[in-house]
Design a binder for this molecule. Structure first.
Ligand SMILES: Cc1ncc(C[n+]2csc(CCOP(=O)(O)OP(=O)(O)O)c2C)c(N)n1
Ligand SMILES: [Mg+2]
Length: 391
């Protein structure tokens, strides 16, 4: 395979095969323990990393496969809907990064909070959101998770502990630390995962929020989803030190293979325990997006096609789990293909239903803007004459 001259390329490629040779076959009973080694060891900063032996079960591996296949299909379908002009505005796809969403969910509960940037569709599904809510939101329909008023970048599901979907790079980081503050204040023994990209990792607000989180020992887990590009800028062009797990200085960090769902699970479990006892920790997830930054970016002008296909061949998160399922005789090729077919069917059905969902009423323009009951009033310069009042 021809490698690009980009400095990131060799680091991005890592063989799937070594992980498989580490397997220890214990049992294929659906709930008995299987121990699998992560693709690569964790690297710690100011902390001893967890073991690379991860306990899992046949049931869990099947659910990883199913969930990631569904996420992948959802994103591919969103791409087509966008090209058919049924989705308008911004749209950032998550295919390639699915292991972060499913591995994180496997380690936490819905009482733990997650907040992320605009690449949010699959995080929403992981939090229990439905395909119908997703496609309706993407197409601006009433049945969307944000009532069709948020679109791709503003998925939300408070009852599932998901606080969005934010379009301003890095803006969700202080908000996530605020959620962790509320958890600590209420003594509720849960944590907040605040996701941000490598492009946000050099912003000042990250360090300001981290400083406060560390001062107050907040249960804040900062997850840098390092997909190695911020729009068309490679990480090495934007960061003097792209070792984002070390960038918290006095805050411990862990570098994780974000293409390995089991490694993500192990790291998130470890981080949750750490954060509840000691305060914040940074997890740098080494991951990759297959699509361009957004739908207006073909994604191939600042990186080579060989780089993308190399990652697909050697590190794809779904293929990693497929190989484990086959190696352990948990499922055969046909059964796994059938799961993928079923995912396609579920996605097609959800799209058909979402297309029937109406657009929001014009009056909805004025709802969900301010907290209910507070309203907003606009005054003239003398503050006497009320010019407008919104509900
Ligand atoms: C404050 C701010 N500056 C610039 C932008 C434009 N912008 C949108 S996404 C992006 C790149 C962010 O990259 P990264 O954090 O690595 O996340 P990724 O898209 O890779 O998931 C930029 C510069 C923005 N939305 N907000
Ligand atoms: Mg990035």
């Amino acid at each position: 395979m021809a490698l690009s001259t980009h400095r990131t390329t060799t680091a991005l490629l890592r063989h799937l095969t070594p992980a498989i040779s580490y397997l220890r076959h214990i049992s294929t009973d659906s709930t008995s323990t299987i121990t699998v080694e992560t693709s690569v060891p964790f690297t710690g900063h100011k902390i001893d990393p967890p073991s690379r032996s991860v306990d899992t079960t046949a049931q869990e591996l099947m659910s990883f496969f199913r969930d990631m296949a569904l996420m992948r299909r959802m994103e591919i379908a969103a791409d087509s809907l966008y090209k058919a002009k049924l989705i308008r505005g911004f749209c950032h796809l998550y295919d390639g990064q699915e292991a972060v969403a499913v591995g994180m969910e496997a380690a936490i509960t819905r009482k733990d909070c997650i907040i992320t940037a605009y690449r949010d569709h699959c995080i929403f599904l992981g939090r229990g959101g439905t395909l119908l809510e997703s496609f309706s939101e993407l197409m601006g329909r009433k049945d969307g998770c944000s009532k069709g008023k948020g679109g791709s970048m503003h998925f939300y599901k408070k009852e599932g502990g998901f606080y969005g979907g934010h379009g301003i790079v890095g803006a969700q980081i202080p908000l996530g630390c605020g959620l962790a503050f509320a958890q600590k204040y209420k003594n509720d023994e849960n944590v907040t995962f605040t996701l941000y990209g490598d492009g946000a990792a050099n912003q000042g607000q990250l360090f300001e929020a981290l400083n406060m989180a560390a001062l107050w020992d907040l249960p804040a887990i900062l997850v840098c989803e390092n997909n190695h590009y911020g729009m068309g800028t490679a990480e090495w062009r934007a960061a003097k030190s792209p070792a984002y797990y070390k960038r918290g200085d006095y805050v411990p960090g862990l570098k994780v293979d974000g293409m390995d769902a089991l490694a993500v699970k192990q790291a998130c479990r470890f981080a949750k325990e750490h954060a509840l006892k000691n305060g914040p920790i940074i997890l740098e997830m080494d991951t990759y997006r297959y699509h361009g930054h957004s739908m207006s970016d073909p994604g191939s002008t600042y990186r080579t096609r060989d780089e993308i296909s190399g990652v697909r061949q050697e590190r794809d998160p779904i293929e990693r789990v497929r190989k484990l399922l086959l190696a352990y005789d948990i499922a055969n090729e046909k059964e796994l293909k059938d799961i993928e077919k079923e995912a396609r069917k579920q996605v097609d059905e959800a799209i058909a239903k979402a297309k029937e969902s109406p657009l929001p009423e014009p009056s909805e323009l004025f709802t969900n803007v301010y907290v209910k009951g507070y309203g907003v009033e606009s005054f003239g310069a003398d503050r006497k004459e009320i010019r407008a009042a919104l509900p």
